[in-house]
Design a protein around this ligand. Structure first.
Ligand code: AHM
Ligand code: MG
Length: 336
């Protein structure tokens, strides 16, 4: 029986440190927490409640949607639309922004989210997660448009993820370090279990989808070749490799024991005219905020991800993040 700090207590205590805080932000975070608990419950029940498998539809990016992509998107909208803290929301699963319906008051924040990242893993019972980011609504908040969301990641007020793994966890930053909470299913509360998470600066573990190797750019190929060469190669050490195909699980591993995660741009993507695989607003920016706040680094290879000025809601970027020494090395190879 854990008698520790609940996430609600933690958020309220953080709020007290901010002079003039109204409690809006605290309340918004609580609604996000509730949405993640509902999603955790659904993911956990899986086929018992008939939520696995494909929905037979495609999202704006032309990807086949799972039933759970659609259901969890709806859970997030319903949990967060009513309380009056938000002006609009945007999600990986919706073509356009979702304006808060007229029957509810509107507030000063914007919410972006990927309700179930790595959802191709649900059918095979592998960890998945929810990623979210909170921005301030610029200017008047009555009727925000898509442009209101196009802020660089440095403007994020808070970001985090819920990981639905052997335990359900919530990892959160409000720009003052990173803290991890574990869901105690019996009492229905997230409890602070991982205070002040920090990423070790050096690592001997990398994560990349190696099936794309023949399409990679030279700097990424060089980095991975050197890792694979192990103790006999230029690095003089053996490396380990992981690929879960679930970014939340991947980032969580890196927060726990270090590592580098890469989903770089490659020739195949360039030919299709996309800037990468992962989405800036729903995946790359929130994860970069968490990683940087835990002492790690996050880059496209050529630029700090959080400084990329978005020009489209669903924009994609190359992602290289994790232990700072290794990310710096890959960035250095891009400069060579
Ligand atoms: P999704 O948002 O459609 O689930 O895609 C994002 C996921 C990431 O979690 C993961 O890192 C990546 O896609 C895996 O891609 P791949 O299947 O190419 O290895
Ligand atoms: Mg995703």
């Amino acid at each position: 029986m854990h008698n520790g700090t609940t996430i609600t207590q933690f958020i309220i205590e953080e709020q007290r440190k901010i002079e003039g805080a109204t409690g809006d932000f605290t309340s918004l975070l609580n609604d996000i927490v509730t949405a993640c608990k509902v999603i955790s419950n659904m993911v956990n029940k899986g086929e018992l409640i008939g939520v696995l498998g494909s929905a037979g539809s495609e999202n704006v990016q032309g990807e086949t949607q799972k039933k759970l992509d659609i259901i969890t998107n709806e859970v997030f909208l319903k949990s967060n639309e009513w309380a009056g803290h938000l002006s609009a929301m945007a999600s990986e699963e919706m073509d356009d922004i979702y304006e808060i319906p007229n029957q509810y008051p509107r507030g000063k924040y914007l919410l972006t989210f990927d309700p179930l990242d790595g959802s191709s893993n649900t059918d095979v019972n592998v960890s998945v997660g929810t990623i979210f980011s909170i921005l301030r609504c610029p200017g008047e908040r009555v009727c925000p448009n898509k442009d209101a969301f196009l802020q660089p990641g440095t403007q994020q007020v808070a970001a985090g993820y819920a990981l639905y793994g052997p335990s359900t966890m919530m990892v959160l930053t409000t720009g003052n370090g990173v803290n991890g909470f574990t869901l105690d299913q019996d009492i229905g509360e997230f409890i602070l279990t991982h205070p002040n998470m920090t990423i070790p600066q050096s690592t001997r573990e990398f994560a990349i989808n190696a099936s794309n190797m023949r399409f990679w750019e030279q700097p990424v190929k060089r980095y991975v070749d050197e890792c694979l060469a192990g103790a006999e190669g230029p690095r003089g050490e053996d490396f380990n490799m992981r690929w879960i195909a679930s970014m939340v699980a991947e980032v969580h591993r890196i927060l726990t024991r270090g590592g580098i995660f890469m989903y770089p741009i490659d020739e195949k993507m360039k030919a299709k005219g996309t800037g990468g695989k992962l989405r800036l607003m729903y995946e790359a920016n929130p994860m970069s905020f968490v990683v940087e706040q835990a002492g790690g680094m996050s880059s496209t290879g050529r630029q700090r991800i959080m400084e990329v000025q978005p020009d489209d809601l669903h924009q994609r970027v190359p992602v290289i993040l994790g232990s700072s020494e290794e990310v710096e090395r890959v960035v250095g190879y891009h400069c060579d």
